[in-house]
Ligand binder design. Structure first.
Ligand SMILES: Nc1nc2c(c(=O)[nH]1)N(C=O)[C@@H](CNc1ccc(C(=O)N[C@@H](CCC(=O)O)C(=O)O)cc1)CN2
Ligand SMILES: Nc1ncnc2c1ncn2[C@@H]1O[C@H](COP(=O)(O)OP(=O)(O)OP(=O)(O)O)[C@@H](O)[C@H]1O
Length: 203
C-alpha cells in the first residue's frame, strides 16, 4: 500500500506537466487570449532585441499558445518567417517568409506553413530573433516544448558556437511559468522569456 500511489508533492513528470499546461492554456477564453496577445506584443515591441531585429522567426499559434502575430502590424517593415517541419531525412526546420495572410497548406501536425518555392527561405543562423512557442518555462530560461525536439535540433549550433545565430526568446502565457524545469543536455537556453505579464531576463 505504502508505494502504490505517487506522493502528492512529487515533481510532475514531463508528460504530466505537458498535459497540465496544455489543458490550462486551452481553457483560456477567446477574450483572455486576445488580451494576453495584445499585452505580450506591446511588451515585446519595447525590447531592444525586437527593435533592432530585421529578420524574425515567429509561429502560427495552436492549442492555446499565446499569439505573436500582432507583431506584423506593429512592425510592417520587418521580415517575419514561419518554421517549416524538417523534410524527410533532414533533422532541422527551415524558416519561410510570411506576409501575414492566410495559409492554405497545413503540415502533418495541422499547423499552417508557407509553401517552399513560393516563399523566401531564411537559414536559421541568419535570423536575428526567434520567438519560440513553449509548453512550460522556468525563470532561468529552460524550455519545455511539445517533445519533438525540433527547436532544440534546429538551434543546436548555438551550443557549439555560443553567441552566434539568433537571440532565442520564449513567449508564453504567465500561467506556463514553473519554479524549475529539469535541464536536458540538448536544451538550448532562452535568453529572454516574455509573457502577457512580464519579462524574464535569463542571461
Ligand atoms: N505553433 C507551433 N508551431 C510549431 C511548434 C509548436 O510547438 N507550436 N513546434 C515545436 O516544436 C513545431 C511542431 N511541433 C509539434 C510537435 C508535436 C506535436 C504533437 O504531438 N501534436 C499532437 C499530436 C497529433 C499530431 O501531431 O497530429 C498533439 O497535440 O498531441 C505537434 C507539433 C513547429 N511548429
Ligand atoms: N541536438 C539534438 N540532437 C539530437 N537529438 C536531439 C537534439 N535535441 C533534441 N533531441 C531529441 O529530441 C527529443 C525531444 O526533446 P525535448 O523533449 O527536449 O523536446 P522539446 O524541446 O520539448 O520539443 P520542441 O523543441 O519540438 O518544442 C529528445 O528525446 C532528444 O533526443
Amino acid at each position: 500500500m505504502r508505494h502504490s500511489h505517487p506522493m502528492p508533492d512529487q515533481p510532475l513528470t514531463k508528460f504530466q506537466l505537458r498535459r497540465q499546461m496544455r489543458t490550462a492554456r486551452r481553457a483560456l477564453s477567446p477574450y483572455q487570449q486576445r488580451l494576453a496577445s495584445r499585452r505580450l506584443c506591446a511588451r515585446l515591441a519595447l525590447t531592444p532585441a525586437l527593435k533592432r531585429a530585421r529578420h524574425i522567426g515567429i509561429y502560427w499559434p495552436m492549442d492555446g499558445e499565446i499569439d505573436p502575430r500582432l507583431l506584423l502590424k506593429r512592425f510592417p517593415h520587418k521580415q517575419f518567417y514561419l518554421p517549416v517541419l524538417p523534410r524527410p531525412s533532414r533533422s532541422t526546420m527551415s524558416f519561410l517568409h510570411w506576409h501575414g495572410g492566410q495559409l492554405p497548406y497545413r503540415n502533418r501536425h495541422g499547423i499552417p506553413e508557407p509553401l517552399a518555392g513560393r516563399s523566401q527561405l531564411c537559414a536559421p543562423d541568419r535570423l536575428d530573433v526567434v520567438l519560440l512557442p513553449l509548453v512550460a518555462f522556468d525563470p532561468s530560461g529552460a524550455r519545455l516544448g511539445m517533445g519533438a525536439g525540433y527547436y532544440d535540433r534546429t538551434f543546436a549550433f548555438k551550443r557549439l558556437r555560443p553567441g552566434t545565430g539568433p537571440q532565442l526568446i520564449g513567449i508564453a502565457h504567465q500561467l506556463q511559468c514553473v519554479a524549475s524545469l529539469p535541464a536536458e543536455s540538448w536544451d538550448i537556453p532562452l535568453s529572454l522569456v516574455a509573457t502577457d505579464q512580464r519579462l524574464y531576463q535569463c542571461r
